[in-house]
Design a protein around this ligand. Sequence first.
Ligand SMILES: [Zn+2]
Length: 101
Amino acid sequence: MIHYSCDRCKRRLDGQHEVRFSVRIDAQAALEPHNLHEAAEDRDYLDELQELIEEAAEAAGGDAALGLPIQRQFDLCRDCYVKFLRNPLGEPAAPVGFSSN
Ligand SMILES: [Zn+2]
């Protein structure tokens, strides 16, 4: 039997008695192709893709790894999943007394 633990708080998840929440993240640099109108019959899409990736890497400060799409999956316990839903980007908590409405 596979044992899971929460990727956030590291608590062992009891697969028999509690639900495991799976969060998948697809992240990638989003660029608007600025040369769409230059469509030619013999476009080399692979070349263009490579170019876009390089542009994305450049836009990300020259870090090539940031130009590549990533997929990650996390297993979370219920508590951590609720916290994730409330603050998926891990923003700092709002100051006390701050009203969000
Ligand atoms: Zn947890």
